[in-house]
Design a protein around this ligand. Structure first.
Ligand code: DGL
Length: 356
């Protein structure tokens, strides 16, 4: 598992041995932590502040030093890629992160990657990486619901679990993961369902497995295309097109749709109620925008997992619209953004939405 010893690893291992007194074992996996910010790097004023704190404050080296147990399960080193709340991450950040991961996984002395991240858009970053990184090595996005300064902070155990999954041979070739609260979720399926509890994340079709005391327990695999079986490659993507989400409920108007089109969006995710339903008053403007070359993608904003069927309540064939299948609006935005780097053909895009 541990092939070449580059200087970076020698320094990381030496510091880990100093700090943890851990015995350096040649056969421990080498895991790189790429830190982006979020609550897992957050700090509150008092141990009672589990929900009011400042996100993206603690640097990656302090996260590692603060958890000497990591050195018992892997040789760990960190890189600070960003230090932001994940709600502020943009397409350019996804490209930078993805290209760094792609470069690292090509190295023989890297066995797995952990990305520390804010929970708000964990589900977007994890899905993006699932689509574009050509590797079987485990890539794990980890976050926390409470800052490390709070009582019953969840970050340390989430990070420990993430490192053990990222260093595990049995995690190879299964796509990207999100690890929190002892659960191993697919980066494709998982979504943040609650915003104030440690059990915030869920997957409509269930977690892939559990990780308990550093041991993985697998229950299922992702059936959709990902990583080495994906037609998309971050190394061949230099820009990402603008895709916007229009949230629709009752009394919806066409203002946002027209504004997104005027701003240069190449596709609009219609985040509709129920089956991605489209109000009668919206149909004409969606037809007009489609006629101008924008892709219209129907998704559902229902809470526990939508399932938008083609030609269900809307004549998608007639209007040449696309359905997002079981992807929620924010996931649909990620897939449309990546897919539009390869094609603008609506039938090809629909194929992609059914396969990924
Ligand atoms: N600002 C939010 C973010 O970075 C904090 C939420 C969290 O990380 O749990 O996603």
């Amino acid at each position: 598992m541990f092939k070449k010893t580059s200087t970076k690893w020698i320094l990381a291992i030496a510091s880990a041995m100093l700090l943890s007194g851990g015995v350096f074992a040649q056969n421990k996996p080498n895991v790189v932590i790429l830190a982006t910010g979020g609550t897992i790097a957050g700090a509150g004023a008092d141990v009672t502040n589990s929900a009011s704190y400042q996100s993206a404050k603690v640097p990656v080296d302090k996260l590692i030093i603060g958890l000497p147990e990591l050195a018992k399960v892997a040789n760990v080193r960190g890189e600070q890629v960003f230090q932001v709340g994940s709600e502020s991450l943009r397409n350019d950040n996804l490209l930078t992160l993805g290209k760094r991961i792609s470069a690292l996984v090509k190295q023989d002395d890297v066995d797995g990657i952990v990305i520390t991240h804010g929970t708000d858009t964990t589900e977007e970053t994890a899905y993006f990486l699932n689509l574009v990184i050509k590797t079987e090595k485990p890539i794990v996005v980890v976050a926390s619901m409470r800052p490390g300064t709070a009582m019953s902070a969840d970050g340390p155990l989430n990070l420990y679990s993430a490192i053990t999954v990222a260093g595990s041979k049995d995690a190879r070739g299964k796509g990207t993961f999100v690890v929190l609260n002892d659960e191993i979720h697919s980066g494709r399926d998982v979504s943040k369902m609650i915003n104030v509890r440690p059990n915030a994340f869920a997957s409509p079709w269930g977690a892939l497995g559990m990780v308990v005391e550093g041991k993985n327990y697998w229950f299922r695999k992702l059936d959709k295309r990902h990583t080495t079986n994906s037609e998309f490659d971050i190394d061949k993507i230099d820009t990402l097109p603008l895709v916007e989400i229009a949230y629709a409920g009752g009394n919806v108007n066409d203002t946002a749709y027209r504004a997104f089109a005027n701003a240069g969006a190449k596709a609009i995710i219609h985040a509709g109620p129920g089956n991605g339903s489209v109000a009668a008053t919206l149909v004409p403007v969606l037809q007009e925008l489609r006629g101008k070359g924008l892709q219209i993608i129907r998704s559902s904003h229902v809470n526990a997992g939508g399932f938008v069927l083609r030609n269900g309540e809307q004549p998608d064939d007639k209007y040449d619209w696309i359905v997002a299948h079981d992807l929620n609006p924010q996931k649909a935005r990620i897939l449309a953004t990546v897919a539009l780097t390869a094609t603008n053909d609506s039938k090809e895009l629909q194929r992609i939405f059914m396969e990924y």
